[in-house]
Design a binder for this molecule. Sequence first.
Ligand code: FPP
Length: 268
Amino acid sequence: MSFGKVIDKKNTDLSKSIDKQKVPEHVAIIMDGNGRWAIKKGFPRSFGHNKGVSVLKEIIKVSKKLGCKVLTVYAFSTENWTRPIKEVDFLLNLFSEVLKNEIEEIHEELIKIKFIGDLTPFPDALKKRIYFSESLTKNNNKFLLNICINYGGRQEIVKVAKELALKSSSGEIKPSEVNEELFNSELLTQGIKDPELLIRTSGEKRISNFLLWQLAYSEIYISEVLWPDFNETEFLKAIIDYQSRDRRFGGIESSPNESFDDSHFSPQ
Ligand code: FPP
């Protein structure tokens, strides 16, 4: 993985449009469109996944350089098991190979890597690589890369509900003590700030069971570009669009002198 590349000429203008003070700390990405990209080019779907890895490497580098602190990517959903066995095997093997080939450089870049999801069904060899990578990078503090595999947002919420029910039945907590903070503390992303921005590629306008709890107030940016064609320019476009949003979290933006004018309403 090369982190030395500087922003190219085409991106210079875009990068100038970015407000460094308003860079999202946590960006989540649904990397969609690998298969379609490959098929369009007359290649097998695996070709798209391979290209997808190099795009991910570029986006890690760009987001880190920009000042983001956390990147969470959806690499394998709980629903992806329904794909043909050959594609599932290819993806699991790809995760393993990428970890083997890239972990040293990830570590050198002081990136902490964390896998989010139920790892139980994965082959032992992959699990071993995952545990090794997590343990090697656990004290790195420049950037956090969360890779969601065998992850589903609903499954995560059910897991939290079960943990809290167990704690409640054992008397460790009272049902009345269950609140958002306690719920957060049982999530797989426990301790990580919610994403300010979700990017989904390939034009699909769905959350697809990704981070259902954590995305409650995230801004959503849909890119029409298929993931293997996504790049620094497209990422910067997403950040610029995000920075143009007025984030109100359900409130309203008002100046201190402005009062609510209810003169148009005449109660019956
Ligand atoms: C979605 O495209 C992509 C995936 C299900 C796999 C994403 C995985 C990578 C980019 C590799 C990442 C590697 C590591 C180590 C994290 P799709 O297959 O659903 O494409 P389609 O919608 O066109 O069919």
